[in-house]
Write a protein that binds this ligand. Structure first.
Ligand SMILES: NC(=O)C1=CN([C@@H]2O[C@H](COP(=O)(O)OP(=O)(O)OC[C@H]3O[C@@H](n4cnc5c(N)ncnc54)[C@H](O)[C@@H]3O)[C@@H](O)[C@H]2O)C=CC1
Ligand SMILES: O=C(O)[C@@H]1CCC=N1
Length: 270
């Protein structure tokens, strides 16, 4: 699925997010012998993948490096990286809030740097990866980064880095909001009298079916909603509650605003 995997993939940190990326790449044919994971716990990540607890003396030739730890660990990691011989062909950062300029200031001069904002559904090949790079990154590195993200789901470049935190709030954080919605739908039905486990089951299956239909129908979600809502029927009454004063849109606007603003605050603190 990927024409040319990186000669070597070096992952700094491999937790909830980077772990999902790696799992999908391995499922798509990435050779585990071409991957090194650095993680302080030293816990294995997948059969055949080398796990180390400290940086090596030199990076293997043709190394693409993924920064997959927490944003606040970047400063320490960059200091350690500076001691390793051999410059990676590119640095891919999935760190929320950390800007290209902040990455560039701490990474080797002239490095190819690509910011990627993935989300956890990449593990099932249905994620979103937003990409951003600056003009100093070579075209070949830009293409290689995009090719690497393609098997993970939708990969889209963001032209203006100022929008990266908003994109993060939408697609990076989005799965969490959807998981909350699934829970809330089930809890609401349980509060109204359905057995809890049955409500949770029906809510999950409803969300799965509706999102698959939304993807496959070739119609807007608005039209699909209208097709459920018979005039004078039950759905319309329910949607009137969601639509009153645009309450759902207002709630989500505040949700995305809070997440986006936190990204900006994280960047200021770095
Ligand atoms: N969880 C998510 O859905 C998303 C997370 N991200 C970004 O992914 C990054 C990681 O987040 P999670 O996977 O959720 O966190 P996590 O806590 O699950 O994983 C962090 C990993 O970093 C490792 N680590 C800790 N200190 C380290 C060090 N000094 N050197 C190398 N590795 C170290 C840990 O062992 C762990 O494997 C963050 O920068 C976050 O902003 C981006 C998009 C979505
Ligand atoms: O919560 C976070 O900061 C990261 C960024 C996107 C999803 N998780």
């Amino acid at each position: 699925m990927v024409d040319a995997w990186p000669q070597h993939l070096f992952m700094v940190g491999c937790g909830n997010m980077a772990g999902q990326m790696l799992s999908r790449w391995l499922a798509c044919g990435l050779d585990p012998a071409s991957v090194t994971v650095l993680r302080p716990s030293g816990k294995p990540v997948a059969p055949g993948v080398e796990v180390i607890t400290h940086f090596p003396a030199r990076f293997p030739d043709g190394t693409a490096l993924i920064l997959g730890m927490k944003p606040h660990q970047f400063e320490n990691v960059a200091a350690e990286l500076a001691k390793v011989a051999g410059t990676p062909t590119m640095f891919i950062s999935i760190l929320a809030g950390t800007t290209a300029a902040q990455l560039r200031a701490a990474l080797p001069e002239g490095a190819n740097i690509v910011r990627v904002m993935p989300n956890t559904p990449v593990g099932v090949g249905q994620g979103v990866c937003a990409l951003y790079t600056d003009e100093l990154t070579e075209l070949a590195a830009r293409s290689a980064a995009e090719a690497l993200m393609r098997p993970l789901g939708l990969a889209e470049w963001i032209a203006d880095e100022a929008q990266f935190n908003l994109v993060t709030a939408l697609s990076g954080c989005g799965p969490a909001y959807l998981f909350r919605f699934i829970d809330a739908l089930g809890i609401a039905a349980a509060r109204l009298g359905l057995p809890e486990d049955q409500a949770a089951r029906l809510a999950l299956a409803t969300v799965r079916g509706a999102s698959t239909l939304a993807v496959e129908a070739g119609e807007s979600p608005g039209i699909l909603a209208d097709r459920v809502a018979s005039p004078g029927g039950m759905t319309r009454e329910g949607m009137n509650v969601l639509d009153a004063g645009e309450s759902l849109i207002a709630l989500l606007t505040e949700t995305l605003r809070a997440a986006r603003d936190r990204g900006e605050e994280m960047a200021r603190k770095a």
